[in-house]
Design a protein. Structure first.
Ligand SMILES: [Fe+2]
Length: 209
């Protein structure tokens, strides 16, 4: 019997849609820039919690409910998130997935997003609106890392599936989906142009008993 490989961690990287991404992203950039200008609460929150960058996480975290452009994004994401959950083996009969949170992240220079997960959610992800050349990847951590207490270092020539970290370098127009318990971070990009992304969470509810 061969050695078993069990308990996979699945991350999906896919285009949001096949056509019209450039003009859709321009519309999103307009909304993000207008929001940042008007959002004084978010500017203050970002100065304390996201120094050098802007995020609407602390002020407008349900953008899909207040912006028609973000509602279009939600509509495009819904089937992708559902397909991802089904591919992971979740039984969605009599259950409905829905976007619960959706917020803007704008980062350039030395702005970072430290290691975190998305508690209280089922599936999380990010849609990439603008990714300048040289912008940072999103770096995922092996969820078992904090249990590897007495392990020696691993070789550095291992394939991606055996590593303790894996970085996804997204392109504009791509969506990255992962289960909300998976810790991740964004190191600094040191780019002049902003990296603009929209993060979101999905939860589930029962539709029938
Ligand atoms: Fe995140």
């Amino acid at each position: 019997m061969p050695m078993l490989s069990l308990f996979p961690t699945r991350i999906e990287v896919a285009l949001l849609k096949k056509r019209g991404l450039d003009s859709f992203n321009r519309d999103l950039i307009d909304v993000c820039e207008s929001l940042r200008l008007a959002d004084t609460t978010g500017q203050r929150w970002s100065a304390r919690n996201y120094p050098g960058g802007y995020t609407s996480y602390g002020s407008h975290d349900q953008m899909h409910r207040i912006s028609t452009t973000f509602a279009v994004l939600e509509k495009a994401l819904d089937p992708q998130v559902k397909a991802y959950a089904l591919a992971l083996g979740y039984d969605l009969r009599g259950r409905k997935l829905s976007m619960t949170d959706c917020w803007v992240n704008m980062m350039a220079g030395a702005v970072t997003h430290s290691l975190h997960l998305h508690p209280l959610s089922f599936i999380s992800g990010t849609y990439y609106v603008q990714v300048p050349r040289g912008a940072a990847a999103i770096k995922f951590e092996d969820p078992r890392l904090d249990r590897l207490m007495a392990a020696p270092p691993r070789r550095d020539d291992l394939p991606p599936r055996e590593r303790l970290h894996f970085s996804v370098k997204p392109k504009a127009g791509q969506v990255v989906l992962f289960e909300s318990w998976l810790r991740h971070e964004v190191p600094p990009s040191f780019t002049l142009r902003e990296r603009i992304s929209i993060s979101f969470n999905y939860g589930w509810s029962q539709t029938k008993k």
